[in-house]
Design a protein. Structure first.
Length: 223
Protein backbone atom coordinates (compact mmCIF):
# COMPACT_ATOMS: atom_id res chain seq x y z
CA UNK A 1 0.00 0.00 0.00
CA UNK A 2 1.44 3.37 -1.03
CA UNK A 3 1.15 6.06 1.64
CA UNK A 4 -1.78 8.41 1.01
CA UNK A 5 -3.20 11.23 3.10
CA UNK A 6 -5.83 8.82 4.46
CA UNK A 7 -3.25 6.17 5.34
CA UNK A 8 -1.03 8.80 6.97
CA UNK A 9 -3.94 10.16 9.01
CA UNK A 10 -4.75 6.68 10.29
CA UNK A 11 -1.16 5.90 11.19
CA UNK A 12 -0.75 9.23 12.95
CA UNK A 13 -3.97 8.76 14.91
CA UNK A 14 -2.91 5.27 16.01
CA UNK A 15 0.54 6.57 16.98
CA UNK A 16 -0.92 9.37 19.09
CA UNK A 17 -3.51 7.04 20.58
CA UNK A 18 -0.89 4.49 21.57
CA UNK A 19 1.20 7.19 23.23
CA UNK A 20 -1.48 7.82 25.86
CA UNK A 21 -2.58 4.24 26.53
CA UNK A 22 -2.44 3.14 30.17
CA UNK A 23 0.68 1.21 31.11
CA UNK A 24 0.33 -2.44 30.20
CA UNK A 25 -2.32 -1.92 27.52
CA UNK A 26 -1.02 -3.11 24.13
CA UNK A 27 -3.82 -2.25 21.75
CA UNK A 28 -5.67 0.92 20.87
CA UNK A 29 -9.43 0.22 21.00
CA UNK A 30 -11.14 0.64 17.63
CA UNK A 31 -13.79 2.91 19.12
CA UNK A 32 -11.08 5.24 20.36
CA UNK A 33 -9.45 5.33 16.92
CA UNK A 34 -12.78 6.00 15.19
CA UNK A 35 -13.51 8.82 17.63
CA UNK A 36 -10.09 10.42 17.04
CA UNK A 37 -10.71 10.41 13.28
CA UNK A 38 -14.40 11.40 13.59
CA UNK A 39 -15.54 8.41 11.54
CA UNK A 40 -17.82 5.41 12.03
CA UNK A 41 -16.26 2.36 13.76
CA UNK A 42 -17.07 0.19 10.74
CA UNK A 43 -15.17 2.53 8.45
CA UNK A 44 -12.16 2.44 10.77
CA UNK A 45 -12.23 -1.35 10.91
CA UNK A 46 -12.27 -1.68 7.12
CA UNK A 47 -9.26 0.60 6.76
CA UNK A 48 -7.34 -1.02 9.62
CA UNK A 49 -7.77 -4.44 8.00
CA UNK A 50 -6.20 -3.02 4.83
CA UNK A 51 -3.35 -1.54 6.85
CA UNK A 52 -2.81 -4.90 8.51
CA UNK A 53 -2.59 -6.61 5.13
CA UNK A 54 0.11 -4.10 4.17
CA UNK A 55 2.12 -4.83 7.31
CA UNK A 56 1.67 -1.39 8.83
CA UNK A 57 -0.44 -2.44 11.82
CA UNK A 58 -1.35 -5.48 13.89
CA UNK A 59 -5.11 -5.89 14.22
CA UNK A 60 -6.93 -8.11 16.68
CA UNK A 61 -10.71 -8.25 16.11
CA UNK A 62 -12.72 -7.07 19.13
CA UNK A 63 -9.51 -6.01 20.87
CA UNK A 64 -7.84 -3.25 18.90
CA UNK A 65 -4.87 -2.21 16.82
CA UNK A 66 -1.22 -1.26 17.20
CA UNK A 67 1.48 -0.12 14.79
CA UNK A 68 4.18 -2.42 13.48
CA UNK A 69 7.76 -1.11 13.38
CA UNK A 70 7.32 0.07 9.78
CA UNK A 71 3.97 1.66 10.55
CA UNK A 72 5.41 3.43 13.57
CA UNK A 73 8.25 4.90 11.51
CA UNK A 74 5.85 6.20 8.84
CA UNK A 75 3.61 7.71 11.51
CA UNK A 76 6.56 9.41 13.21
CA UNK A 77 7.67 10.94 9.90
CA UNK A 78 4.17 12.33 9.35
CA UNK A 79 4.37 13.90 12.82
CA UNK A 80 7.82 15.25 11.95
CA UNK A 81 6.44 17.02 8.89
CA UNK A 82 3.43 18.32 10.79
CA UNK A 83 5.38 19.74 13.71
CA UNK A 84 8.17 21.26 11.63
CA UNK A 85 5.58 22.92 9.40
CA UNK A 86 3.82 24.33 12.49
CA UNK A 87 7.06 25.79 13.81
CA UNK A 88 8.00 27.19 10.41
CA UNK A 89 4.59 28.86 10.05
CA UNK A 90 4.98 30.50 13.47
CA UNK A 91 8.64 31.50 13.42
CA UNK A 92 9.12 32.33 9.73
CA UNK A 93 5.67 33.09 8.35
CA UNK A 94 4.43 34.90 11.45
CA UNK A 95 1.21 32.95 11.97
CA UNK A 96 -0.24 32.63 15.46
CA UNK A 97 0.34 29.41 17.38
CA UNK A 98 -3.42 28.87 17.66
CA UNK A 99 -3.99 28.83 13.88
CA UNK A 100 -1.17 26.65 12.53
CA UNK A 101 -2.54 23.20 13.43
CA UNK A 102 -5.16 23.11 10.67
CA UNK A 103 -2.70 24.49 8.12
CA UNK A 104 -0.15 21.83 9.04
CA UNK A 105 -2.82 19.11 8.77
CA UNK A 106 -3.05 19.95 5.06
CA UNK A 107 0.61 20.61 4.33
CA UNK A 108 1.96 17.51 6.10
CA UNK A 109 0.73 15.34 3.21
CA UNK A 110 2.17 17.36 0.34
CA UNK A 111 5.44 18.92 1.48
CA UNK A 112 8.52 17.15 0.11
CA UNK A 113 11.23 15.55 2.22
CA UNK A 114 13.75 17.98 0.72
CA UNK A 115 11.71 20.97 1.80
CA UNK A 116 11.20 19.53 5.29
CA UNK A 117 14.94 19.04 5.74
CA UNK A 118 15.54 22.61 4.58
CA UNK A 119 12.96 23.87 7.09
CA UNK A 120 14.66 21.84 9.81
CA UNK A 121 18.01 23.43 8.94
CA UNK A 122 16.60 26.96 8.80
CA UNK A 123 14.95 26.52 12.20
CA UNK A 124 18.19 25.28 13.77
CA UNK A 125 17.17 21.62 14.13
CA UNK A 126 14.54 22.23 16.83
CA UNK A 127 13.41 19.50 19.22
CA UNK A 128 9.87 20.79 19.89
CA UNK A 129 7.08 22.57 18.00
CA UNK A 130 5.27 25.75 19.16
CA UNK A 131 3.10 23.72 21.55
CA UNK A 132 6.05 21.87 23.08
CA UNK A 133 5.36 18.60 21.24
CA UNK A 134 8.58 16.71 20.45
CA UNK A 135 9.66 16.68 16.79
CA UNK A 136 10.79 13.24 15.58
CA UNK A 137 14.17 13.06 13.89
CA UNK A 138 14.80 12.24 10.21
CA UNK A 139 14.79 8.51 11.00
CA UNK A 140 11.50 8.69 12.89
CA UNK A 141 13.08 8.53 16.34
CA UNK A 142 11.66 10.70 19.08
CA UNK A 143 13.03 11.89 22.41
CA UNK A 144 10.60 11.06 25.20
CA UNK A 145 10.59 13.12 28.36
CA UNK A 146 8.80 12.26 31.59
CA UNK A 147 6.66 15.31 32.30
CA UNK A 148 4.07 15.96 34.98
CA UNK A 149 0.73 17.70 34.53
CA UNK A 150 -0.55 20.44 36.80
CA UNK A 151 -2.55 17.68 38.52
CA UNK A 152 0.49 15.53 39.33
CA UNK A 153 3.38 17.99 39.74
CA UNK A 154 4.69 18.98 43.19
CA UNK A 155 3.13 21.93 44.98
CA UNK A 156 5.00 25.13 45.87
CA UNK A 157 7.83 24.26 43.49
CA UNK A 158 9.22 26.45 40.67
CA UNK A 159 8.16 24.89 37.36
CA UNK A 160 8.21 25.73 33.66
CA UNK A 161 5.36 25.04 31.27
CA UNK A 162 6.83 22.60 28.76
CA UNK A 163 3.99 21.27 26.61
CA UNK A 164 0.32 21.95 25.81
CA UNK A 165 -1.44 18.79 24.66
CA UNK A 166 -4.67 20.32 23.34
CA UNK A 167 -4.47 21.95 19.88
CA UNK A 168 -7.95 23.51 20.02
CA UNK A 169 -7.60 27.14 18.94
CA UNK A 170 -9.86 28.52 21.67
CA UNK A 171 -7.95 26.62 24.35
CA UNK A 172 -4.61 27.88 23.01
CA UNK A 173 -5.88 31.47 23.08
CA UNK A 174 -6.98 30.93 26.69
CA UNK A 175 -3.53 29.58 27.56
CA UNK A 176 -1.79 32.51 25.88
CA UNK A 177 -4.02 35.13 27.52
CA UNK A 178 -3.03 33.81 30.95
CA UNK A 179 0.70 33.54 30.17
CA UNK A 180 0.76 29.74 30.31
CA UNK A 181 2.55 29.04 27.02
CA UNK A 182 5.59 26.74 26.92
CA UNK A 183 8.56 28.46 28.54
CA UNK A 184 6.51 30.36 31.12
CA UNK A 185 7.51 29.96 34.80
CA UNK A 186 4.70 28.89 37.11
CA UNK A 187 4.05 27.35 40.52
CA UNK A 188 1.05 25.28 41.61
CA UNK A 189 -0.14 26.64 44.94
CA UNK A 190 -3.17 24.47 45.63
CA UNK A 191 -5.55 21.84 44.24
CA UNK A 192 -9.20 21.69 45.26
CA UNK A 193 -10.78 18.28 44.70
CA UNK A 194 -14.25 19.55 45.58
CA UNK A 195 -14.29 22.16 42.82
CA UNK A 196 -11.91 20.24 40.51
CA UNK A 197 -9.66 23.27 40.24
CA UNK A 198 -5.99 24.22 40.46
CA UNK A 199 -4.60 27.55 41.68
CA UNK A 200 -1.46 28.71 39.87
CA UNK A 201 1.02 31.49 40.52
CA UNK A 202 2.42 32.71 37.23
CA UNK A 203 4.34 35.60 35.78
CA UNK A 204 4.75 38.61 38.11
CA UNK A 205 3.10 36.58 40.91
CA UNK A 206 -0.27 36.72 39.16
CA UNK A 207 -2.74 34.11 40.39
CA UNK A 208 -5.19 32.17 38.25
CA UNK A 209 -7.52 29.28 39.02
CA UNK A 210 -8.25 26.80 36.23
CA UNK A 211 -10.31 23.63 36.01
CA UNK A 212 -8.81 20.18 36.40
CA UNK A 213 -9.53 19.31 32.76
CA UNK A 214 -7.49 22.29 31.54
CA UNK A 215 -4.79 21.58 34.11
CA UNK A 216 -4.40 18.02 32.80
CA UNK A 217 -3.45 19.43 29.38
CA UNK A 218 -0.53 21.49 30.66
CA UNK A 219 2.73 19.57 31.12
CA UNK A 220 5.50 21.01 33.23
CA UNK A 221 9.07 20.33 34.26
CA UNK A 222 11.44 21.72 36.84
CA UNK A 223 13.82 24.34 35.42
Amino acid sequence: MLPSSTVENYLKAIYLGESVLPEGQRLLPMGQLASALSIAPGTATTMVKALAESGLVEYEPYNGVRLTASGEKLAALVLRRHRLVELFLVQVMGLRWDEVHDEAEQLEHVVSDRLIERMDEMLGYPEVDPHGDPIPGPEGTIKHRELATLLTCPLHTPLVVTRVTDQDAAFLRFIESHHLKPGEPIEVEARDEVSDSVRIKGRDDQRITIGARAASKLLVDQP
